[in-house]
Design a protein around this ligand. Structure first.
Ligand code: NAP
Length: 266
């Protein structure tokens, strides 16, 4: 069996920890290094809050790719770092599988043209949970018939970006199919700024941040005499791992960038 060699960036984070476990447990994957912002020159087993693995830690990603042969970079870090990490991976022909959120549409376009030019496979998915993909697909289906819609997303309070990548992606998918409507009263006024949430192409997105939450989203449709609510809850980070595993297997056969797990599951 061909072993796929993987580097994980962000190995001490909530997501990165789970990814390290998933990669080391998979028969067809080998964890060859991790990229952290500290612990240069150490092995994971030397660090008390890391898995006891004989795997080197790098702080400089260039150095990591110069010294370690690898096929894939899994990036689960922070919005600004994620883009830079992808650019570095492209320079070394390493395929990025990115769960980090906060990419703008321009970022995705730019990264997509670089991936195509360099003929390197890449996947960015704002949500790797299969149930969340279904929530987005069902929302797109409902929006054809019920164009009045708002999105409420809820996350833990360590999340850096708002709204969530999933909420924006859902809004984009809804916007592709829904008839343009004026939502709410034409003369409505916000007496407290922000009360109506953020606007995306005529629909509203609300972001809730509280300790105790993981990742949740409700898409509420309103029609004459009826409402429809489509809700997904990730109750822990293991929910994202089958999607990341599938993306790693898929990216090996790609040339260019895919944005969104919905394009790799039927
Ligand atoms: P987290 O717990 O804050 O973990 C992020 C980790 O990345 C931290 O350990 C942080 O180090 C590290 N880091 C930050 N900048 C770095 C850099 N330049 N190089 C190396 N490591 C760096 O966050 P999380 O909950 O795991 O989430 C990570 C990312 O995944 C976020 O963008 C989040 O929105 C996203 N996410 C995506 C999905 C999905 O399905 N796509 C699901 C959940 C979360 P310090 O602790 O020292 O700051």
């Amino acid at each position: 069996m061909m072993m796929i060699k993987i580097v994980v960036a962000g190995p001490r984070g909530n997501m990165g920890r789970e990814a390290v476990k998933m990669v080391s447990a998979a028969d067809n994957f080998e964890l060859v290094a991790v990229v952290d912002i500290e612990h240069e020159g150490f092995k994971m087993k030397d660090i008390s809050d890391m898995e006891p693995l004989d795997v080197p830690i790098y702080v400089n990603m260039d150095e990591c790719f110069q010294q370690i042969e690898c096929d894939i970079l899994i990036d689960l870090t922070a919005p600004k770092a994620g883009k830079q990490h992808m650019l570095t991976a492209f320079d070394y022909g390493v395929r990025p599988v990115v769960g980090t959120t906060g990419f703008s549409e321009e970022d995705v376009k730019e990264l997509s043209s670089i991936a195509e030019e360099k003929k390197v496979g890449a996947i960015i998915a704002p949500n790797f949970a299969i149930g969340a993909i279904l929530m987005m697909k069902f929302s797109q289906m409902a929006a054809r018939y019920m164009p009045h819609v708002e999105i409420i997303e809820q996350h833990h309070d360590r999340k850096l970006d708002a709204p969530s990548g999933t909420a924006v992606k859902t809004a984009q998918m809804i916007s592709e199919v829904r008839e343009k409507v004026q939502q709410g009263h034409p003369d409505e006024e916000e007496t407290l700024e922000g009360a109506k949430g953020a606007e995306f192409d005529g629909l509203r997105i609300h972001s809730v941040r509280l300790p105790g939450l993981v990742a949740h989203q409700e898409v509420i449709f309103g029609g004459e005499g009826q409402t429809l609510k489509i809700r997904h809850d990730s109750i822990n980070r293991t929910s994202f791992m089958p999607g990341i595993k599938l993306a790693c297997e898929t990216v090996m056969n790609l040339e260019g960038l895919i944005y969104g797990l919905e394009h790799i599951i039927e």
